[in-house]
Write a protein that binds this ligand. Sequence first.
Ligand code: NAD
Ligand code: DAU
Length: 331
Amino acid sequence: MHIVVTGGAGFIGANFVHHVVREHPGTEVTVLDALTYAGDRRSLDPVADQITFVTGDIADTATVDRLVAAADAVVHFAAESHNDNSLADPWPFVQTNVVGTYTLLEAVRRHGTRLHHVSTDEVYGDLELDDPAKFTPTTPYNPSSPYSSTKASSDMLVRAWVRSFGVAATISNCSNNYGPYQHVEKFIPRQVTNVIDGVRPKLYGTGHNVRDWIHVDDHNAAVWEILTRGQIGETYLIGADGEVDNKTVVQTLLELMGQSPDAYDLVCDRPGHDLRYAIDATRLRDELGWAPRFTSFRDGLAATVDWYRANEAWWRPQKDATEARYATLGR
Ligand code: NAD
Ligand code: DAU
């Protein structure tokens, strides 16, 4: 099988390419990535001689058409992915997440190519802290931020192209990922690299917001199963029953890094900050037999801390510009 991986120089996409090269040898991989501030070709260094890398935009019809025509399947990770950035400047989110996904859909329609669209649990909005409910494939869409509303839009485009044009696509909506190669703008790498730099972690609001954490390798193993064995037209929710509030995440990191558990600061909240996410992954588990391998969040966090300690050369170039952006937001 020849797959095109969009966004393969980003956090989850790069880990997906590593996963495919390691676990599914014989798969031909072409990465299409625009190398925005969030893309880093060095994340693919360990597999560079086993893949083809194309620098390009998913909204560029000619490039996309050429690559899609030569592929059996497209795994679509490319996106603007950070909520805080979407609040500061929504336009790149509309352009890449909506227009870019449209461009890919038209190409797979022309060439009859299989598509797997990688999306987020944020399309469902948020849940109350004391609500026993979790998101399911029938939860109504109710996105809160410019980021999540553009991802919701892209999901709707995929659904419409399946129904109206018979495009062979699947969708997955996953919860918060952690692991190696994640940009230091995101919560866990930001706090780990802050502590390495002697800066106190920063919690938005009161720190009681809950995220449903999953290791990136477990997400990617699920994406492969859906790509190869999922039902066309279906939506699969991916999550590993990993609900933890932000304050507990920071306190666990502080403890793992030898700091006092109260050595953090509360900073001003994110506007519209979603309270809680929680995934019901029953369909994925029952239909495709998927189960997470990283069952201890604490052990996964410890390994992630070790990775950032060992790979300062990878994250250091992004750190100052990221913190300068946060400083303008007061966070
Ligand atoms: P990321 O920001 O780390 O990586 C995005 C990648 O896409 C980068 O390499 C960037 O250069 C590339 N890109 C951006 N615009 C592009 C364009 N116009 N053309 C080509 N490439 C472009 O993002 P991530 O965290 O790896 O997320 C990947 C996907 O997974 C996204 O679709 C996101 O919505 C989804 N997702 C993320 C999470 C999470 O916790 N990070 C959870 C669920 C779903
Ligand atoms: O749920 C899936 C989503 O998870 C993905 O679709 C997004 O691409 C991904 O970025 C992530 O979105 P979040 O907004 O949940 O992730 P972020 O890492 O930005 O923040 C996680 C939580 O931590 C959130 O409640 C905000 C909070 N936070 C974040 C930062 C950067 C802090 O308290 N302090 C911080 O410094």
